[in-house]
Design a protein around this ligand. Structure first.
Ligand SMILES: [Zn+2]
Length: 74
């Protein structure tokens, strides 16, 4: 299951929550001040704006350069 990072809108506390896909986190409360409905932050491994990682269609999971001859995983 994916781990989501949330930030409290009241005190700014950041905390991580393991959630099933489809849960919206509206029932979560801040572990520090118990404020409800923290806002969800993007996880570090899920950064659409990152330019340092190769596009998935050109990077091979085995050799990471595509020179091994294996088709990239879709
Ligand atoms: Zn808080």
């Amino acid at each position: 299951m994916p781990i989501y990072e949330y930030q409290c809108t009241q005190c700014g506390e950041k905390f991580e929550v393991i959630q099933s896909i489809g849960e919206d986190g509206s029932k979560l409360i801040c572990p520090k001040c118990s404020t409800q409905s923290p806002k969800r932050l993007f996880s570090s491994f899920y950064s659409p704006g990152s330019s340092t990682t190769e596009p998935s269609e050109t990077s091979c999971p085995t050799c990471s350069t595509g020179t091994c001859g294996l088709p990239p995983m879709m």
